[in-house]
Design a protein around this ligand. Structure first.
Ligand SMILES: NC(=O)C1=CN([C@@H]2O[C@H](COP(=O)(O)OP(=O)(O)OC[C@H]3O[C@@H](n4cnc5c(N)ncnc54)[C@H](OP(=O)(O)O)[C@@H]3O)[C@@H](O)[C@H]2O)C=CC1
Ligand SMILES: Nc1nc2c(c(=O)[nH]1)N=C([C@H](O)[C@@H](O)CO)CN2
Length: 240
C-alpha cells in the first residue's frame, strides 16, 4: 500500500539513502531527504519531485533547525528513515572524546530528538495512511562490537535500543524498526586487501549493494505486524 504522507530519509544525498529515495519516489511515495554536503545528485532529485533539505545533525542547534523547519512546513508524515551516519574509527580520529561525542550526536541524539519532535506528525500521518513508520539504520556491530570502530559501534547500539523504547512508546499507530547491515557496499577508498577481508567475514562472501537495504525498507513499510524488531542483512556473518 503506497503511503500518501511524506517519508523523510536522512542522509539521502548518496549511497543507501539516495537509493531508497529514488526507489520510493519511483513507487509513488512522497519523499523528503536531508543532505549535508551539496552533491551532484541533489538537483536531479529535486527535478524528480523530491524535497531536499540541507541539515547537519552534528550539533543540537542543527537538529533543532531541521525539526523546526519540518514542523512549520508539514502537518503529517508517513515515516522517517534515520540513515544519516558517520563511520569514523579510533585510528582516523585521535581526539576520541570528540569522536564519541560526534557518533552519539548523529546516531543517537539526533534520531531521539527528531522522533520526539515528530510524534504528532507521524500519528497524523497514520490517521491518513493507516500506519506510520520510523526506521533506524543500525549495524551488525551494534550487537557484536568492533575493535576498530568502538565509538561508532556503541552509538549504533544506542540507536538499536531506541528502536525498542520508541516501539513501546509510539504503538499502535507508529511502527518502529531497525535494519542492521554488516556489509552493503564498500567505499571507493577501500583497498583490495580490506575488501577481501570484509567479504570473508560472512558465509555468503558478497557485497550485496544498496538494493539489499532498499528491499528491507520496503518490507518494513509494507509490514502490518512488525515493530520493535531488527532486520539483519549480514550474509550469515553471525555463523562464521
Ligand atoms: N555501507 C555499508 O556497507 C553499511 C552501512 N550501514 C549503515 O547504513 C546507513 C547507510 O550507509 P551508507 O549509505 O554507506 O552511509 P554514508 O556513509 O554514505 O552516509 C550517509 C549520509 O549521512 C550523511 N551524514 C553524515 N554525517 C551527517 C551529519 N552530521 N548530519 C547530516 N547528515 C550526515 C552524509 O551526508 P554528506 O555526505 O552530505 O555529508 C552521507 O551522505 C548508515 O546509517 C550506515 O551506518 C551499516 C552497515 C554497513
Ligand atoms: N555511515 C556509514 N556506516 C558504515 C559504512 C559506511 O560506509 N558508512 N560502512 C560500513 C562497512 O561496510 C562495514 O560494515 C564493512 O566494511 C559499516 N558502516
Amino acid at each position: 500500500m503506497i503511503r500518501k504522507m511524506p517519508i523523510i530519509i536522512t542522509g539521502g544525498g548518496q549511497r543507501l539513502g539516495l537509493a531508497c529515495a529514488k526507489a520510493l519516489v519511483a513507487k509513488g511515495y512522497s519523499v523528503i531527504i536531508t543532505y549535508r554536503k551539496v552533491r551532484k545528485d541533489i538537483a536531479a532529485l529535486e527535478e524528480q519531485g523530491i524535497t531536499c533539505i540541507q541539515a547537519d545533525f552534528s550539533t543540537s542547534s542543527g537538529v533543532d533547525l531541521f525539526t523546526t523547519h519540518i514542523l512549520e512546513q508539514y502537518s503529517a508524515l508517513g515515516g522517517i528513515i534515520h540513515n544519516a551516519s558517520e563511520w569514523d574509527s579510533e585510528e582516523e580520529c585521535s581526539n576520541t572524546a570528540l569522536l564519541m561525542e560526534t557518533m552519539w550526536q548523529v546516531h543517537v541524539f539526533a534520531p531521539y530528538r527528531i522522533n520526539l519532535a515528530f510524534e504528532a506528525l507521524l500519528c497524523a500521518g497514520a490517521e491518513q495512511d493507516g500506519q506510520a513508520d520510523i526506521i533506524h539504520m543500525t549495524d551488525y556491530v551494534a550487537e557484536k562490537g568492533s575493535d576498530k570502530h568502538i565509538a561508532y559501534a556503541a552509538s549504533k547500539a544506542g540507536l538499536a535500543n531506541l528502536t525498542c523504547s520508541f516501539a513501546k512508546r509510539f504503538a499502535p499507530c507508529i511502527k518502529v524498526n531497525a535494519i542492521a547491515p554488516s556489509l552493503l557496499m564498500f567505499n571507493n577508498s577501500d583497498d583490495d586487501d580490506y575488501r577481501i577481508k570484509a567479504l570473508s567475514k560472512s558465509l555468503l562472501r558478497k557485497e550485496p549493494g544498496e538494493q539489499e537495504g532498499v528491499l528491507a525498507v520496503q518490507y518494513i513499510l509494507d509490514s502490518l505486524y512488525m515493530t520493535g524488531r531488527t532486520l539483519s542483512l549480514d550474509g550469515g556473518r553471525h555463523l562464521v
